[in-house]
Design a protein around this ligand. Sequence first.
Ligand code: FAD
Length: 384
Amino acid sequence: MKALIIGAGIGGMSAAAALKQQGVDCDVFEAVKEIKPVGAAISVWSNGVKCMNHLGMGHIMDDLGGPMRAMAYQDGKSGVTMTQFSLIPLIEAVGERPCPVARAGLQAQMIDHWGRDKVQFAKRLERVEQTNAGVVAHFTDGSIAQGDFMIAADGAHSVARSHVLGYQAQRRYAGYVNWNGLVTADKEIAPLEQWTTFVGDGKRVSVMPIAGGQFYFFFDVPLPLGLPEDRATVKENLKTYFEGWADPVQLLIERIDPKTTNRIEIHDIEPFNSFVKGRVALLGDSAHSTTPDIGQGGCSAMEDAVVLGQCFAKTKEVKEALLQYQSLRHERAKDLVLKARKRCDVTHGKDMLVTQAWYDELKQETGENIIAGLKDTILGGPLG
Ligand SMILES: Cc1cc2nc3c(=O)[nH]c(=O)nc-3n(C[C@H](O)[C@H](O)[C@H](O)COP(=O)(O)OP(=O)(O)OC[C@H]3O[C@@H](n4cnc5c(N)ncnc54)[C@H](O)[C@@H]3O)c2cc1C
């Protein structure tokens, strides 16, 4: 049996690993010649780490995972700590640690785990055709590939999605811009083993430790779409948006390298329930594109892959396995997208009264409520 996997991102490489475990042969096709990840790093939360272990890629987490053992919120302007607590109780409760990792490293190691020479780069899917017996992928270079089924892990701008849904799903602007990158970790900015977030005016500045003595940083600012800002203006933009903020924020802006800082207008897609049509299944962002506000998009792609593998372990009847995959995933995926959207609105001042109430709550927070929320999200995954 042969699966065509479209996209060599987190979703595609997880799906390939999961299907290989079930003895399914996979051909992986990737649109670009060389993958350049959209963000500098991601937090793979404990549910994602469990998936990586399950898929035989736990060593990547050991290699790349940063020492994130505590969490804190600080008032952006005064720098005063609103709440600070250990993440060890969370790790003990869910049975695995979270791993913030550099994206380039994660992507490269996932591809290497599969076999770089087995990924067909510069193959951009143009359209999908289904026959009674299988699927045909048509690529923009005029070539085709045939298989028994297709896993379309072709990301938020998926080409295969409209084939599955029968319409073009629209992306929704979430109302804020995110700048992210990597910087040398420095305790003058924040403690080295802590995820530290500065908040105020619906904006946030965050640093998370990844391996190799680096911080993954991000800045979020509610802004209209389409402003004429880019890497050339990043420092002056951030200095303006964060004028009057505390010294560690100013130091971080000073230290960042504009050449490697990404600027992203954050979007998601209204959740839909169909991930599958016949022999074609969507997986990862193609199935559920989310804002990054609870750090679960990539983890969710890994969860999809684990469930896909579990379905093929139960039956090798393609259509049945894919429908089972859909029924086991759509509620969970939708829940995560909507949770992230809700968190996004509170964090980014959609209604400043609600955001102010959250800031007030943070000053009373002992860690218990935040850990309960994280635990709930993590334990909702397929591996508990
Ligand atoms: C700023 C930001 C921060 C984030 N932080 C986190 C986080 O902390 N934790 C977390 O879990 N998630 C996070 N995410 C979400 C995460 O990045 C995505 O959910 C994840 O990358 C989805 O993986 P994917 O493989 O489905 O899609 P993608 O990563 O988009 O990969 C899709 C791949 O398919 C290829 N492709 C596209 N079209 C075609 C085509 N037509 N033919 C062939 N190939 C094609 C692309 O080139 C790409 O390589 C964040 C996202 C953003 C934007």
